[in-house]
Design a protein around this ligand. Structure first.
Ligand code: 5GP
Length: 140
């Protein structure tokens, strides 16, 4: 796997650095973010060492996908938040600071003022036709 055994998250997984654990099974670990954007901000990580989503094994991906909804449900229930963002950064240029794949679950309360910069532009249909065809072909 494309991993990096020296990340801070490996030290958390091995128990060498403490964390506020909220969930653990054979494949997945979840804990509160040390610098939360809001109360209950959680990180969900595979135990497998993988920097980014594209290098994660199908087995780990399946296990992550299986437990994410129930972790979201528990956080919403306990914090009382009705809304949340699920954020996952891949690569430094995309804002990833810890090179061990992780999902952020970030509750959004009525009084929350954190935001994510999002500046959409209309799609270029000519490029989109070519792009979608190429990706479809790649995925077989
Ligand atoms: P990224 O920017 O890579 O998407 O997110 C990394 C996250 O890891 C950040 O939100 C940061 O606060 C969190 N983080 C970094 N080091 C630690 C740590 O030692 N413990 C915990 N609980 N969170 C950490």
């Amino acid at each position: 796997m494309a991993g990096n055994g020296k990340t801070i998250f490996n030290l958390i997984l091995s128990g060498n650095i403490p964390s506020h654990k909220i969930y653990e099974d054979e494949f997945v670990y979840a804990f509160l973010d040390i610098n939360p954007l809001s109360r209950g901000h959680t990180l969900v990580i595979p135990k497998e060492e993988s920097r980014t989503m594209d290098s994660l094994s199908e087995d780990s991906a399946a296990e992550l996908g299986r437990v994410l909804p129930k972790i979201c449900r528990a956080i919403m229930k306990i914090t009382g938040a009705n809304d949340y963002n699920l954020v996952q950064n891949n690569g430094e240029n995309a804002g990833q600071t810890v090179p061990h794949l992780h999902f952020h679950i970030i509750p959004k309360y009525p009084q929350s003022n954190h935001s994510f910069i999002w500046e959409p532009k209309p799609i270029d249909h000519s490029d989109a036709t070519e792009l979608s065809r190429a990706i479809l072909e790649e995925l077989g």
